[in-house]
Design a protein around this ligand. Sequence first.
Ligand SMILES: Nc1nc2c(ncn2[C@@H]2O[C@H](COP(=O)(O)OP(=O)(O)OP(=O)(O)O)[C@@H](O)[C@H]2O)c(=O)[nH]1
Ligand SMILES: [Mg+2]
Length: 504
Amino acid sequence: MASKMKSKLTEAEMDVLEIMIGSGPKTFTLLYSITRDGCNATTFHQKCDNQGATLTVLYNPQGSVYGGYAGFNWPGPGVWANDSKSFLFQLKFSGKKKERRFNNKNFTYSYYGSNNHGPYFGNGDLITFSGTINPSKGVFVLNGSSASATYDIHGLQADDITNGNLNVTELEVYKVTDGARRIVLTKPWRRTPDWNEKFLCELTKEMENMSPVIETLNAYRILLLGPVGSGKSSFCNTLTSVFRGRITQRAICGSGNRSTTTLYQPYNIRTRQGSDLKMLICDTRGLEEHPGIGPIDVNFLVDGHVPDMYEFNPEIPIDLSVPEFQLKPSLSQKVHCVAFTLDAASLDDIPSNVMTKIIDIANICKRKQIPQAILLTKIDTIDETVDGSVKQTFDSWKIHEHVKKASKLLGLTENLVLPVKNYSSESMVDDDVNILALLALRQIVYFVEDHLENVHMTESISVRRMQTANSDSGNRTDSGVDDIPLNVMAKVSNSNGKSNKSKK
Ligand SMILES: Nc1nc2c(ncn2[C@@H]2O[C@H](COP(=O)(O)OP(=O)(O)OP(=O)(O)O)[C@@H](O)[C@H]2O)c(=O)[nH]1
Ligand SMILES: [Mg+2]
């Protein structure tokens, strides 16, 4: 069936084209693909004539994507379509997003019917091919032409759209019909138990009972980092709300070009019974375009040199001259997991220098073997079904697409991307929002536990080495062990290295 054919056009690109067409939600059904059907004018007409509105999309080897929209049937031989709805468009140029609609200036020459041609837009604007084109090494060198005649290409040259050639790796034609695209997943993209009160209760209890595998460590320290306005402070509030059973507003949230949060502020999480969870969620200043905090600050931050409540100077990174600089941080001051907070709706719009900072920070964490996760926030803004019911999160293909995109952006595996919907406008807590937040928190805590087990093991090995060295030299003393910086005497409850993850 045509609708099941694999298409190159992404859902995000369909969203953009839907807006360019401008008459509500649209479904795109792939009718013709030159890589599948052959690049041949007769085949194009067999598959695409009498189909109503169609969209032609060309993909070139330089990573440019462009094409044209025809609002009616392709006309009969020798006939011009007069179509005020038609337009040409650009989606990418040389691999970079360039989303532009080129309006029709002269409806008389909107598009042309010719038995011997493929899609033919304007009086020479985009004539794709005639006859048959055979590919060479995956590239179809089309024998058409491109120019600026009927469509207004905003003063650009045709070359600014086509890279000066009509070589393509694919040309697709879609039938465009009214109606929202609905992709029903046959199974959730991530499995979870049934969402109900019992599950919520289990998750809550599990988190309340978690305690670090290294006994002397009082609390896991989880650092939130991400662009300005990505929802870091809101996530702190969401977690504190989940455990208090009411909406809390401990961290100030807001929106603006500069970060609302200016301090490095760890938040404890208090339960309804008044006890604290053994974890601190650390809010921090957002990563700004210029200058703002960057990898140098974060390097000191994750190593524990930055004191709690430190106010970052966005102009100058922290260094040893700062009086509060912690010279010998303990394990409890170090960061045990970095959660990058990314706004799901703005993944494509992260300024390039902010993205560079994030990648540099991710690499620092990798080098230091600090676990990382991505909190994908604001998922309610990218899928209306989820806006209505957060329970649908793992059934939403749109969210899955964004999860995949976030994982690619940071080069982290997909299972490290944790979708969340923060409390932002609610006045009461909601079980499903709580469950989603708890699933994210649980995963982060699991990563931290794994990390601490590694820390523990590394320290145990170094202790054994030192003991061996001391006994070899006949110098073995108890004080040698005391000199080890971390608490290597930590008791791990079970001998095969498995943690006391949940002390019930
Ligand atoms: N709809 C929706 N809005 C959210 C969500 N998370 C945060 N927001 C809103 O996004 C805006 C920014 O949120 P903050 O939590 O202040 O973001 P931040 O990352 O702490 O920002 P800075 O401190 O400025 O770096 C606020 O208006 C929040 O209400 C979410 O999951 N869904
Ligand atoms: Mg904030």
